[in-house]
Design a protein around this ligand. Sequence first.
Ligand code: C2E
Ligand code: MG
Ligand code: MG
Ligand code: MG
Length: 286
Amino acid sequence: RAKTLGKSRVQLFHREMRRSAITRLTLEADLRRAFANGEFVLHYQPIVSLASHEVVGFEALVRWQRPDGVLVYPGDFIPVVEDTGLIVALGFWILREACVTARAWQEAYPRETPLTVSVNISPRQFAEPDLVPQVRRIVEETGIDPHTLRLEITESITIGDADREVSMLSQLKALGIRLSIDDFGTGYSSLSYLHRLPLDVLKIDRSFVSAMDKSAESFQIVNAIMNLARNLGMDVVAEGTEVEGQIARLRSMGCDFGQGYYFSRPVDRAGAARLLEGAQHWKPPT
Ligand code: C2E
Ligand code: MG
Ligand code: MG
Ligand code: MG
């Protein structure tokens, strides 16, 4: 009896493994087809000056617009796209699309300081040997001013070959591109290592910003990160600013920029244009 029970458990296990392997293979195939069919779209979330409440730029965020009408968020497909290597081709498409769009906005909505566009670069993309020449080509072909382009990297790129990372980032900087460290505070990079990287912008992870009001500890962490950024001469963007009360607190700590649902969720291209036309729902600061 025990034997048959054991056997059926093993069969169940195998069945489940097979099912998840099939799901996975189907998803991989679907994602390749989606890319070939042009089903990926970019949404844009404004980055806003906490002092003036002006939109200073946007972060491009990819979505999969399935033909059945379902919008799939990156958390549900980026890991698969990363594993299969499709992220490399998709990533270059995202960069090109974001640059073309940003250039159009910069022309349609000229500012003293031109609008910026931020694009996420995943660890797998960062490992790509010809990342730098490809980025250079996209910048040249789209005609975007590289000073207005920000590439967002996470601390998880900083676990490989440190010399290569510094060299790659320096080459991107030499093109005139700005670099942001994304989700800061969630990784394990040492401060001395961070200091070696030519970074311009630090984005404080949403988890600290959202916990700031409830826990003194998170407040202290945000404060410490602000001091670190100031000492390294970096601009700071607070991620996940959701409620008005956070804005004044962040400003008092010296944080200049915010990105979050308080200002806007990520919106499509037309929605972003409406924000640039001044149709924001949020009030200017008093
Ligand atoms: P991320 O780069 O940290 O992007 C910010 C994420 O936080 C976005 O989720 C955004 O919608 C969400 N968010 C912004 N403000 C708020 C807020 O106030 N509250 C809450 N709860 N969430 C907020 P999204 O678009 O689902 O993207 C998730 C992650 O997927 C991104 O995190 C990024 O790591 C990755 N990702 C997105 N687009 C791309 C891309 O084009 N390429 C690559 N390689 N990764 C991407
Ligand atoms: Mg990001
Ligand atoms: Mg982030
Ligand atoms: Mg994040």
